[in-house]
Design a binder for this molecule. Structure first.
Ligand code: FAD
Ligand code: NAP
Ligand code: SF4
Length: 684
């Protein structure tokens, strides 16, 4: 047993089988499960994680039938040919010493396809289609299909299944009055509404026999109006145990809930106390989940007796060796998931293959292969932002001799400003990870060195990678040089004082982040420290005792110390370009601190009075002219590439490669910067 994480790394005896530790890799839709021709990629993805030592893994969701599909042609387990193909996956995992369950997910009214069915004829706010109400026979058919899918998973060699009973999907839709208006034995009082999951698990256990894992994902906190009460959840949990489940996993929040559950601003382990409250109500192992991304946090939760297991999904995408590194006392080498959702969930919701912002190899294990270089080259990397860090560490891993330069006295580039934003403290972890890699890989780090062509001359570099990033754009507004105008770097880097009334020009990611920064009083939440779980619950309206329907309470947001106007020229939704799964959280957070969001703005001039604007409608017609009487105007109007060095070096015949913002500033984010840095270095 490990001395460092004695609880997390302790085996778990399930009676008929043993898990080697308490880490469960939670279900995550990657997009690889949707197409049969990706089966070998799917197998390799899981095999790498099994090699990394995780105790048990759960696949992304497979629908038991066509009406339950998430989208047309989405992953389904309903025939033997498909099951046979899955033996590639289970075989690869078992060969690597791992265990894997297949998740059975019936989307119900969350399906993005016209055949969807549910308890009643309702339409979810996140699907354009209205679900058809099932007849009693139709309900029976769904149960049979769940059971058949479990049998097929067993035939495919899986160690078990997870029945998805939470997040607002089909089963959850039967459990709650808001979506179940039935009057037959599947609707009405709670005993009737909970019949569906209990029958599924009971009949499934009969069909698969005793030696097959059945995990039931229990919605312990619906976070929607008309959700289940705590007593109902406990009653269901006990009935699920009686029906034959092996493990109860925690589910938090319907997808349509307006409380964030996994984005980066949710404090670490923010929902572990929900599981803790349930823990002890059943005799079978209970697993907790959501925003647990380090072995330390997992250990702390288990040591406090809040659960038997820890589910981590995205952290295993970010680092397939998470468990191995923890076992070997190398947790400072873990590439930590920063909960940004940018390459995983945002991709899944756009029907794109998932990956990971901090680990572009995720779900591309067979394609982005890092081989040892046939000849070690001398490589200079200029710029230690995300692009340069990824390039330098990838090149060094492959055996090249790397020197990394940065003009700044710290690594990280713009991540040093991102990490200062309240709710983005996880970005510190990426910088810690790269700092450690630089030491381990013996990269020569030259900070405080602004490189020009002369610096590199005569040093014998075979390749020079230019990752010099971006510079903020200065828009041509009348009065742009007025003393009340600040750039976002003045605020986030130089700590210039900012007045009580502020106009932020530009509502992209940085405009939103700067507004968030300015709406916080740092006496309340020290910089770099995550908000406490209780303050966060008050901010978002989560009942601290998880009582009442859905576990909701009235929101009590902390007021902003400043009045902020956040503006864009486009007439569409303010912040419409933010992340699919996180944009609404940013908008909602600012709205509750009374940030005034203005669209269709024309910036006329800036003077002692403030910022003069005209507001236009979607046809470009001016509907209003006003002066915003602000103390400061902060410019967040995008960026331009910073690439003079590349032009200089290319002219002198140096083998120069351009990556990150220095290459293309338009639509740049760290996801592209890190991927491009990794890919360029993978080919050197
Ligand atoms: P940079 O990060 O700009 O790094 C360039 C580096 O090059 C700098 O360290 C600079 O000092 C150095 N340099 C420049 N010229 C020279 C020279 N001549 N010699 C030596 N060194 C030089 N992205 C996301 O994906 N998600 C987010 O949530 C997110 N949040 C953000 C929040 C804020 C407040 C900001 C400002 C940015 C955020 N970003 C985010 C954007 C992200 O940080 C950038 O896309 C990313 O940093 C670009 O990486 P890069 O390596 O190309 O450039
Ligand atoms: P951005 O997303 O491109 O936004 C720039 C903003 O400036 C837009 O609102 C744009 O809107 C406005 N603008 C552009 N040119 C202007 C001009 N000449 N005059 C006035 N306004 C102008 O860029 P960013 O906010 O600087 O962010 C940079 C990158 O970092 C982005 O790609 C973003 O993805 C990434 N980032 C991501 C996050 C995240 O949470 N995922 C957070 C921060 C940053 P109008 O044209 O409508 O005015
Ligand atoms: Fe975590 Fe972001 Fe990677 Fe998703 S993309 S696994 S949230 S770091």
């Amino acid at each position: 047993m490990s001395d460092i994480y004695p609880n997390l790394l302790q085996p778990l005896d399930l009676g008929f089988t043993e898990l080697k530790n308490r880490v469960l890799m939670g279900s995550m839709h990657t997009g690889l499960e949707d197409r049969f021709w990706n089966i070998h990629k799917f197998a390799r993805y899981f095999a790498e994680r099994a090699e990394g030592g995780v105790g048990l893994m759960v696949t992304g969701g497979f629908s038991p039938n066509l009406v339950g599909q998430l989208a047309p042609l989405a992953s389904t387990m309903n025939n033997r040919a498909t099951a046979l193909m899955h033996r590639h996956v289970t075989g690869a995992v078992h060969e690597a010493g791992g265990k894997i369950c297949m998740q059975i997910l019936h989307a119900g009214r969350y399906g993005y396809q016209p055949l969807i069915v549910s308890a009643s004829a309702t339409k979810a706010p996140i699907s354009p289609f209205k679900a058809r109400a099932l007849s009693s026979k139709g309900v029976e058919r769904q149960i049979n299909d769940f059971v058949k899918a479990a049998k097929l998973a067993q035939f495919a060699g899986y160690d078990g299944v997870e029945v998805m009973g939470s997040e607002g999907y089909f089963i959850n839709q039967f459990l709650c009055e808001r979506t179940n208006k039935r009057t037959d034995k599947w609707g009405g009082p709670y005993e009737n509404r909970m019949r569906l999951p209990v029958e599924i698990v009971r009949r499934m256990r009969e069909a698969v026999g005793p030696d097959f894992i059945i995990i039931y994902r229990l919605s312990m906190l619906d976070l929607v109006e008309g959700g289940q009460t705590w007593d109902q959840i406990v009653t269901l949990g006990k009935a699920i145990e009686q029906a034959g489940a092996t493990i109860i996993n925690t589910g938090i929040g319907w997808h349509e809930a307006r409380v964030p559950t996994i984005v980066t601003s949710v404090p670490r382990g923010g929902f572990a106390d929900v599981t803790a409250k349930f823990y002890g109500e059943v005799g079978i192992p209970v697993c907790t989940t959501n925003r647990i991304n380090t072995p330390e946090k997992g250990e702390e939760i288990l040591a406090a007796g809040k659960a038997d297991m820890i589910s981590m999904a995205r952290p295993l995408l970010a680092d397939s060796e998470f468990v191995r590194k923890a076992e070997q006392g190398r947790s400072d080498e873990i590439n930590t998931c920063i909960a940004c959702n940018q390459a995983c969930l945002d991709h899944a919701f756009q029907a794109r293959r998932a990956s990971c912002l901090v680990n572009p190899r995720a779900c591309h294990e067979t394609e982005l292969v890092l081989t040892v270089a046939p000849v070690a080259r001398r490589v200079a990397v200029v710029g230690a932002g995300p692009a340069g860090l990824a390039a330098a560490t990838t090149a060094a891993k492959r055996g090249h001799k790397v020197t990394l330069f940065d003009a700044d006295d710290q690594i990280g580039g713009q991540f040093n400003y991102a990490k200062r934003i309240p709710g983005k403290e996880e970005f510190y972890e990426t910088l810690r990870y790269y700092q450690r890699q630089i030491e381990l890989l013996e990269i020569e780090l030259k900070l405080g060195t602004r490189v020009d062509a002369g610096t590199l001359a005569g040093q014998g570099f075979d390749d020079v990678i230019i990752a010099t990033g971006v510079k903020p754009r200065t828009p041509g507004i009348d009065g742009i040089n007025h003393p009340k105008v600040l750039g976002y770097l003045d605020v986030l880097r130089h700590n210039k004082p900012v007045g009580d009334t502020v106009a932020v020009i530009g509502a992209g990611g940085i405009g939103f982040d700067v507004s968030e920064f300015l709406t916080h009083d740092f006496g309340h939440q020290p910089e770099g420290e995550q908000v406490s779980v209780s303050d966060w619950q008050a901010e978002w309206g989560v009942n601290p005792d998880f009582e009442g329907p859905g576990g909701l309470a009235e929101r009590q947001p902390t007021p902003s110390p400043r009045k902020i106007y956040l503006m864009q020229r486009k007439t569409g939704k303010v912040g419409g370009g933010l992340g699919k799964t996180s944009g609404w959280v940013h908008r909602n957070s600012l709205k509750h601190r009374d940030v005034e969001m203005l669209r269709g703005c024309r910036y006329e001039r800036i003077d002692d009075e403030g910022l003069h604007i005209s507001v236009t409608d979607k046809d470009g017609k001016v509907t209003e002219s006003r002066v915003l009487p602000v103390d400061n105007v902060v410019i967040c109007a995008g960026q331009e590439p910073f690439r003079e060095l590349f032009d200089e070096l290319s002219a002198s015949g140096v083998n120069a490669h351009l990556i990150g913002g220095a290459d293309v500033a338009e639509e740049l984010d760290a996801k592209r910067a890190i991927r491009q840095g990794t890919e360029v270095a993978a080919k050197l």
